[in-house]
Design a binder for this molecule. Structure first.
Ligand code: ADP
Ligand code: SF4
Length: 689
């Protein structure tokens, strides 16, 4: 085994947190999983995997203290009753098995709570509109409500202790109830909980003291708190009242978990925000408390981590996404295997699990959420089930992941790629503005494959059916991707547009990525609703091409709301002077004018443009697959055991979908899989009552 580079020793120092000691400085901060109380066995296994991977502290997602704080359809965790204690014990047991500490982030939503599940009336510091515009207003808390809240919080802290948690949080940020008490904007009270700084901080102070009183020396008390005040410019924080508040509370908790007001920066997509982006916000924190401090920054580089610790910015390296992309990141640093780290690419696909109330997915780590239900381990995979050879055609994310995972299983794998470079769409898309870090999807896999003697890679190999059959592999995997359509067909236009031309003035993302660019004013027609249109708009703006972006949606890049980047996308396009036209579909283009149609009224209007980029849907490149099926049916002699399509060739999707598809193929080869029930289901079973 390799040895750890002594440069990184500091990351493996134990750190005291109140009455307890974390074994190292790797701290998985609370993060959503889309699992929560709905899927306790899945979430327990997911968190346990982080501990196995070396994270010294592993926390829950936001964990409701009472049904009056309910966020469905976002599946939060909860500590409401004995059943919840049992569920969380599964997680804490797994975390403790690996010598790590488990943290519970107690949460009160206030006006941010939907309470659509519990049907309780939400309470907040004042009567406030629901923060996500659900038409149920929160009621103002009176003194007895505050007493009740304190009792709920205390009882939840006791349940957290009983569930085996080591760290119990007071959660005073992220625009939930406690941050509304802190903010002069929302806190309009005239009693001892409003007005002066001292008064606005009172409830947080009481909760810290009462949590400590409840959990005694068994657990540490952490506070999650924003380092800055609202209203600062991006990267240039206003540090005013929050600093004063932090000073007032500085020595009360055992640990400060610090974040910032702007969630789209804290959880920033790599397109906009780079590693370690909270540093300017953290500048003063360590100088005013002797307690250990943690923050996040999508840290994947051990050198950056060491620098953060050595320069006194943090004591713990906080991580959500880097721990999702690679649960074994600490172990890899510890064992001197840093070139094996599966670095987060900052795409925020993981966040769509919370946004949509569904199990978390990750572009880099296809095993996340699958630890319990499919029994997938991010680092271990069953040895091969036969001596079969496998030919994989296409080295996009699907083909690369299938090759990597099959190679790890010990199969003889041949990977054929038409191009001179590997990576398929990942290589193409990572050269678009802002998407450079996405190349990590390719780099991690290519690095692994290069170490494998049982994998042969053939570049510049455009395969047809004859070539494929000549290889005589036992299994054939077709991972040839998909191509963007140029006919305007998509979600809005169910059939191809009859008037869309001339062809030399119509472009697709494939053309743009291949360097074929329009000249003159261009209309980008976005019926895809994710990142592609907006990055192409950026690219064309950089060429001084006037751009109009038309979409049938009511906002641009609508799916980007699920990845917490929509507002930044829209702002960027507005700053670039892209003309944005929403709620319109494309009706036609004659080379001089585009005709667009209102999605509500059907009213049409013309726009003078010289080119169209259609970003609508893709066609699977599956002709090779079909040719092979026909060829095999009609020939005698060599017969492959299987021909399988994976990734975008099967069904065009996001990169995470292609990686998952490739991984699943590799996992399932030569294993018994029940085609009707490929996994276990984490759900409630009824007893006979
Ligand atoms: P996915 O996202 O499903 O992995 P990509 O579009 O990213 O798909 O990658 C498909 C890859 O397959 C591309 O690199 C492309 O060059 C390659 N490819 C397509 N057709 C052939 C072929 N007939 N022979 C070899 N490689 C091919
Ligand atoms: Fe990182 Fe993307 Fe994975 Fe999230 S989904 S952890 S942002 S690679």
């Amino acid at each position: 085994m390799h040895k750890r580079d002594p440069r990184y020793d500091v990351l493996f120092e134990p750190v005291k947190i109140g009455p307890l000691t974390a074994k190292n400085r790797f701290y998985q901060v609370p993060h959503c999983t889309g699992l929560g109380w709905l899927r306790p066995r899945m979430v327990a296994a997911l968190r346990g995997m982080k501990a196995e991977g070396g994270w010294g502290v592993v926390c829950t997602e936001y964990c409701s203290i009472h049904p009056a704080s309910d966020d469905l359809p976002h599946p939060y965790a909860s500590l409401w009753d004995q059943g919840d204690i049992r569920a969380h014990s599964m997680m804490t047991d797994l975390v403790h098995e690996h010598g790590s500490l488990a943290g519970a982030e107690l949460w009160v939503g206030g006006a941010r709570s939907t309470n659509l599940f519990s049907n309780e009336v939400a309470m907040d510091v004042a009567s406030l509109p629901n923060s996500i515009a659900i038409p149920y207003q929160a009621r103002a808390m009176d003194k007895s409500d505050i007493r009740e809240l304190r009792r709920w919080h205390r009882n939840a802290a006791l349940r957290a202790r009983d569930a085996g948690f080591d760290i119990v949080y007071v959660y005073a940020t992220h625009h939930y109830l406690l941050s509304h008490f802190l903010s002069a904007k929302t806190n309009t009270r005239t009693d001892e909980y409003g007005g002066s700084l001292e008064n606005r901080v009172r409830l947080v102070r009481e909760l810290i003291e009462e949590t400590r009183d409840a959990v005694g020396d068994r657990c540490a008390v952490a506070v999650r708190f924003s380092a800055d005040d609202e209203g600062g410019k991006d990267g240039d924080p206003v540090i005013n009242e929050h600093r004063d508040m932090l000073e007032m509370l500085a020595e009360l908790p055992d640990l400060w978990d610090i974040n910032i007001q702007d969630y789209s920066r804290e959880m920033g997509a790599s397109r906009f925000i780079k590693e370690g982006s909270l540093e300017a916000y953290m500048s003063y924190v360590k100088s005013i408390t002797s307690k250990p401090v943690v923050t996040v920054g999508r840290f994947t580089s051990p050198d950056t981590m060491v620098s953060q610790v050595n320069r006194g910015i943090v004591d713990f390296i906080g991580a959500a996404r880097p721990s999702i992309a690679d649960p074994f990141l600490p172990r890899k640093i510890e064992e001197g295997r840093i070139d094996e780290i599966r670095e987060c690419i900052g795409c925020n696909v993981c966040y769509t699990g919370d946004s949509t109330g569904t199990p978390i997915r990750c572009t880099q780590n296809p095993t996340i959420s699958e630890e319990w239900r499919r029994g997938w381990h991010p680092e271990k995979i069953a040895p091969k089930g036969s001596d079969s050879s496998i030919l994989v055609v296409g080295s996009g994310p699907a083909g690369l992941e299938a090759t990597r995972a099959l190679g790890r299983r010990g199969y003889h794998v041949m990977l054929a790629e038409a191009e001179h470079t590997l990576g398929g769409r990942v290589s193409r898309e990572s050269s678009l503005p802002g998407l450079g870090e996405w190349a990590r999807v390719r780099n991690y896999r290519v690095h692994e494959i290069q170490q494998m003697e049982n994998v042969d890679v053939y570049f510049d190999n455009q395969m047809d059916a004859e070539h494929v059959l000549a290889v005589e592999a036992n299994h054939i995997v077709i991972a040839t991707g998909a191509s963007w359509q140029a006919d305007g067909r998509g979600l809005f236009n169910k059939t191809p547009l009859t008037e869309l031309g001339p062809a030399e003035q119509v472009f697709t993302p494939d053309d743009i990525m291949a360097g074929r660019l329009p000249a003159g004013p261009t209309l980008i027609y976005d019926d895809d609703h994710y990142y592609m249109s907006s990055v192409i708009a950026e690219l064309l703006c950089a060429q001084n091409i006037p751009v109009t972006l038309v979409t049938p949606e009511t906002i641009v890049s609508a799916w980007g709301a699920k990845t917490s980047e929509q507002s930044r996308v829209q702002r960027r396009l507005m700053e670039l002077d892209v003309q944005l036209i929403t709620s319109h579909g494309l009706a036609g283009f004659n080379g001089r004018e585009a005709q667009i149609e209102c999605t509500y009224t059907g009213a049409r209007k013309n726009l003078a443009v010289e080119a169209i980029v259609t970003v609508t849907m893709r066609s699977p490149n599956d002709s090779l697959f079909h040719e092979l099926q026909q060829a095999v049916d009609s020939t005698g002699g060599y017969q492959p055991d299987s021909i399988t399509r994976i990734g975008d060739c099967l069904a065009p999707s996001i990169i995470a979908g292609a990686v998952f598809s490739g991984h699943r193929y590799a996992r399932e080869l030569d294993t018994e899989v029940d085609p009707d029930n490929r996994m276990k289901y984490d759900r409630v079973f009824f007893d006979d009552e």
